[in-house]
Design a protein around this ligand. Structure first.
Ligand code: PLP
Length: 394
């Protein structure tokens, strides 16, 4: 018998795990033992998919919509998404520029696959969505993570582009509202970033997955309002509450249809058909009314949770204006026994039954001092969580 030799390509070895998965696994173990755990670690809405979308999905299945669609997506859905840009942002797009993907994840893979290659670089903010640098690695490109802080609202700025762009850089990727900080880029900031990147003949890629979940009466600006050639990523996961349906989209400039078609065909063939039919109901007025109500609940939760966290000594340097996250500095909770945010997350989970995400899931920039709270539980549970972590404080 030959001994089986395990082989894992370097590219795969370099992909980092989500540290929060350790927390999640431990939370599940504790729950199995009968402990009550308050989940503030998971990056998805606690609400189920709105009923009209579920009904449309069931109807599609009953009608036999169980086959592949075209690789770029169902034409009616591409049209509906294009119409959404008209209605929401007054941006006119042809349906040809919309690519339907398996989640924003599929869109990230397409855009990185099309634009990045060995020796070429993408600029990213740290902290930021952890998969971005892993996608860059996966397509053999490089990522440069730029440490951001409260002085730039935890976002990349035109000054960062000036400072970090070099001859190998081909693109910059930002998210607004961002994960993990929930900060939003204003139209002015988007415009300045776009101008700086365009001056370098680079590509501006904007992840707008948390659009729709915006507070304080703000209106989100899509990057397409300031740069018609931006690549824009979005998804049905967060605002539309469809994480498990695996459906998102990518807006591409004209001229990229062919490459995206070839990549989509080869990488995943098409996004899930039943999900695409279901999503046709996502833009109906009855669905949008449900979603607006939920947006309102998220805003209320943020308004309740944020001052409570501050009261117990967590420092929140920037007020999140979107998404459902609060990124808090926890240095006042650290000591010799609990030296960093990872240890603190484990301590809170074990002693208080509160699950959160440690900063090192989002990069290296002072990550050991930060915790991300997701307000994906109802207000009463959020308050209970704060009380519990305060009670066990050493
Ligand atoms: C900023 C950001 N982009 C992309 C994704 C991927 O989402 P999905 O593939 O479910 O659309 C997430 C998920 O948490 C995210 O936070």
């Amino acid at each position: 018998m030959h001994k089986h030799k395990k082989r894992i390509a370097q590219r795969a070895q370099d992909i980092s795990p989500f540290y929060v998965m350790d927390i999640l696994a431990q939370a599940k173990r504790l729950e199995a033992q009968g402990h009550d755990i308050i989940h503030m670690e998971v990056g998805e809405p606690d609400f189920d998919t709105p009923q009209p979308i579920i009904d449309a999905g069931i109807a599609a299945l009953k009608m036999g919509k169980t086959h592949y669609t075209a690789a770029l997506g169902l034409p009616e859905l591409r049209q509906a998404v294009a119409q959404w840009y008209q209605d929401q942002y007054n941006v006119t797009l042809s349906a040809e520029r919309i690519v339907i993907t398996p989640g924003a994840s599929g869109a990230l893979l397409l855009v990185m696959g099309a634009l990045l290659e060995q020796g070429k670089k993408v600029l990213l903010a740290d902290p930021g969505y952890p998969c971005n640098r892993n996608f860059a690695r996966f397509v053999e490109g490089q990522s440069q993570s730029i440490a951001v802080d409260a002085t730039s609202n935890y976002q990349l700025t035109a000054a960062h582009i000036e400072q970090y762009w070099d001859e190998d850089t081909v693109m910059a990727l930002v998210a607004s509202p961002s994960n993990p900080t929930g900060t939003v880029l204003s139209k002015q900031q988007l415009s300045e970033l776009s101008a700086a990147i365009t001056a370098k003949q680079g590509h501006f890629v904007v992840d707008e997955i948390y659009h729709g979940l915006i507070y304080d009466g703000l209106k989100a600006t899509t990057a397409l309002e300031v740069n018609p050639n931006a690549f824009v990523i979005n998804s049905f996961s967060k605002f539309f509450g469809m994480t498990g349906w695996r459906l998102g989209w990518l807006v591409i400039p004209d001229g990229y249809q062919d490459v995206m078609d070839r990549l989509a065909q080869n990488l995943f063939l098409a996004a899930p058909t039943m999900s695409q039919y279901a999503a046709l109901s996502a833009f109906n007025s009855d669905t949008l009314a449900i979603l607006e109500q939920r947006r309102h609940y998220f805003e209320q939760r943020r308004n309740t949770l944020l001052p409570e966290l501050q009261n117990i000594g967590l420092e929140i340097e920037v007020t999140p204006q979107g998404a459902f996250y609060i990124y808090a500095n926890c240095r006042q909770f650290l000591n010799e026994q609990i030296p960093d945010s990872m240890a603190l997350s484990k301590y809170w989970l074990q002693k208080a039954g509160v699950a959160v995400t440690p900063g090192n899931d989002f990069g290296h920039n002072k990550a050991e001092q930060y915790i991300r709270f997701a307000y994906t539980a109802d207000t009463q549970r959020l308050l209970q969580a704060v009380e519990r972590i305060n009670t066990i404080r050493k």
